[in-house]
Design a protein around this ligand. Sequence first.
Ligand code: GLU
Length: 476
Amino acid sequence: MSDIVTRFAPSPTGFLHVGGIRTALFAYLVARQADGQFILRLEDTDQKREVEGSAEHLVASLKALGLTYDQGPDIGGPHAPYKQSQRLETYHAWALRLVEAGRAYADPYSPEELGSLREEARAAKKPFLYRDHRPENPPVWDGKLPLRFRSDPKAYDWHDEVMGDLHTGPEVVDDFILIKSDGYPTYNFAHIVDDAEMGVTHVIRGQEFLSSTPNYLNLYDAYGLDRPVFATMPHIMNEQGNKKLSKRDGAKDVLDYIADGYLPETLVSFIATMGWNDGTEQEVFTMTELVQKFSLERVQRSGARFDEKRLLWMNGQFIRELSLDDLASRVEDFWPDSAASAEPDYKRKVLALVQDRLKTLKDLPTLSNYFFEEPSVDTTLITDNKQLKKLDIAEAKMLLEQAAQALESSEWTPEAIQETLNHLLETTGQKPGILFSLVRIATTWAPFSPQLNDTLTLLGRDRTLMRLKNATDSLT
Ligand code: GLU
């Protein structure tokens, strides 16, 4: 085991969106590739923003994607507890160290007083800084007033693995709140205490914390702590790339994607490749490959785009690669109702046929229903079909009858059926685009289906002939 420690530190304020998952995934990969530790820490110090059930939801989402953590609220670990609301004494003790060193003070101002101080700064066209208003004789900190950090403004140079070399001047460093009047620490304070106590070596988090980093550096200095490695994740943008991805752009909860028939492997690969590549043209990665190849330096600085079409394409790729056994175990909840009493062996054959056409597991009913029950006839599939609408009804009926005749005496293997159909092309003088589409639709009434000869083989001769006859009768 190495001493690399990363953490994912979500606040339980809602569902886990793709941006959050990406941060978690990258932190996971950095830990795994170094044989280090990956920690889940719940940052639940903002009680007003907490959403009931979201902590469980976060845990379920990480588990669903295989992002197993080595330490966390539900499994414990050497630095337990991993829930900030259960660590208040720790923050208090760390805060007292600053108070004793003269580096923190009780903030005596009421919100109204602060409001008028801000107003004064605005009128004087000066930036408002708390440190310009430090009380001369601050009251003793009794835990009821907010506790504010007494900063030591200076310029900073630091390196961010993603954002590069950064510099800020002393003007951005200010006194910030460590402990709020409700006794809970701020994120700004608590995460530094926890990262230090938990031995976190790499802080991987979203862009929204970048502007506060000089203040964090100032706090590291005040405690004499070594800085961790910083890696700031740029925002994920909508498909057009013109604004931050939001729910309105269709970004769903990861568990919803799974319920919609996306594979966890797809989500992992898709999320990893939003703003990261390995320097080659490779687009699809397994978790094992990601652990080998991922590096923070190759994460792009500019916002990556969320392209749902790419996600769908990638899911099809992953589904195709699954062994039939694996696929069978994953589609158990996706079969159409009509398959309820079908023989397992028959279902396997159906699955083998449709596997390459599944884009999500949810496509299974549409792609397979006609193997289990009589499809309802929808002649518009013929009359509105680009190719088939050129045929007049009489011609179409005739072709269907000829197909039925030929198939009636054909042997019933995929090869023999193919031969029969090829022969029929010759005798009718039709193109495959017409004849095969017509037979395919007349036997499945589905917008897509697997290869015609395979489909007919599995349907069996009786059903094929019956459906062809029904189709002929329905065309008027
Ligand atoms: N609790 C912060 C959030 O949910 C985490 C930031 C961090 O990883 O330090 O955004």
